[in-house]
Design a protein around this ligand. Structure first.
Ligand code: GNR
Ligand code: NI
Length: 172
């Protein structure tokens, strides 16, 4: 397993629409293992493949707390069904938008259909943080970032600061 570099906005690759996985094989499992290790190292609770530059519809999530055993979940070709009519606000962050946290409104529950690490079809009823995280990761598969749910003023302000941070880091 290897920790890969996480792309930071406004990297144009984060705007790509990821492609469906054709086969869950060992090559894909290596990517999923690297995604998990990269997410744990960050640390974060979710990661989409495009965040390490791989435009495939693959997500890893682990919501376990530090004092709990790891509970990694792998979602290949995930689809959201039956989003709840009820929506709620959750303060989101993103490893590709480091150090910014803002409330985003999303359905509070949904069903997810996907292929697991072995390639078996699964269905999961998600609510709360899991539902939020899955929807945040699904957005990445469409080239959408959580800041796209904010006002243009807030989004542009964050993107401008991110560009400046990267300019300063490059000059170091
Ligand atoms: O680590 C992460 N935390 C988080 C908090 C609230 C809502 C979504 C997330 S996902 C984020 C990791 C990430 O960027 N995944 O794409
Ligand atoms: Ni993210």
């Amino acid at each position: 397993m290897a920790v890969r570099e996480i792309l930071i906005a406004p990297d144009p690759r984060l705007r790509e629409v990821s492609k469906s996985v054709v086969k869950v094989d060992d090559a894909l499992r290596t990517i999923m293992d690297d995604m998990l290790e990269t997410m744990y190292a960050a640390p974060g609770i979710g990661l989409a493949a495009i965040q390490i530059g791989i435009p495939l519809r693959v997500i890893v999530i682990d919501l376990a707390r530090d004092d709990e055993d790891p509970q990694p979940s792998f979602f290949v070709n995930p689809e959201i069904h039956n989003p709840s009519e009820e929506s709620g606000l959750y303060e989101e962050g993103c490893l590709s938008v480091p150090d910014y946290y803002e409330d985003v409104e999303r359905p509070t529950a949904c069903t997810v259909r996907y292929l697991d690490y072995q390639g078996n079809a699964q269905s999961l009823e998600a609510e709360g943080l899991l539902a939020t995280c899955i929807q945040h990761e699904m957005d990445h598969l469409e080239g959408v970032l959580f800041i796209d749910h904010l006002s243009r003023l807030k989004r542009d302000r964050i993107l401008r600061k991110l560009k400046k941070d990267q300019r300063l880091a490059a000059a170091e």
